[in-house]
Design a protein around this ligand. Sequence first.
Ligand code: FMN
Length: 218
Amino acid sequence: MNLSRLIESGHFPKVYDPSRRIPEDIFDELLKFMYSIPTSVNAQSTHYLVASTPEARSRIADHIGEGFEFNVPKVRNASHVIVLATRETLSNEYLDELHAKELADGKFPNQALADQWKATVRMWIDLHRYDVKDLQHWMEKQTYLALGMSLMAAEELGINASPLEGFNSRTLDAELGLREKGFTVTVLLVLGYRDESDSYVKTPKSRLPMDRHFSFLK
Ligand SMILES: Cc1cc2nc3c(=O)[nH]c(=O)nc-3n(C[C@H](O)[C@H](O)[C@H](O)COP(=O)(O)O)c2cc1C
């Protein structure tokens, strides 16, 4: 990965080349990486819906919602789109399923540590569920971490990627049947190759001066 190139001109593409597809082995590697992305207390609260055919991408493009038409060509012309959806809540049954899998995978050196971890996870989730009352928001933060890591992984694999927040979650959730499964769309990840006509790439990045965003503690 060339970080200095990203710093200089790493705009997210605005126009994708409809003739280019991500090779399957490279896309598989990206999915494997995404599968490995961590979540706080290993809550695994994100579901990824992969649209790799024109038909699947059309389902997203056709239901992106009024006012978000500017994102339609990106979805149609990209090679792949991944919908990052987040759970509405975390049931105790799901937490038990996660714990059983951790046990089966040999995550704990002994039963005492397994029990301790189980109690810590329950305490942490209940804190967000009952005290702070931000469980869904907290899970969406996990999804955004996955988004950021996926964007960097795509760069590493030579794929162009754009995050899209511009969509109507009501129409997209309905089309993808997400709410009945206990999920809702958080953000879209568009993947493919920038089209040569994308003149935005030539414009400089605009940020406030660095000292507005960074303070160095003494
Ligand atoms: C989480 C996130 C969501 C975004 N959603 C959209 C979007 O829906 N459509 C779009 O054209 N650009 C989208 N952008 C691009 C931003 O508008 C863009 O990154 C920002 O204006 C800074 O420009 P630069 O990255 O080219 O420097 C998104 C960026 C981020 C980080």
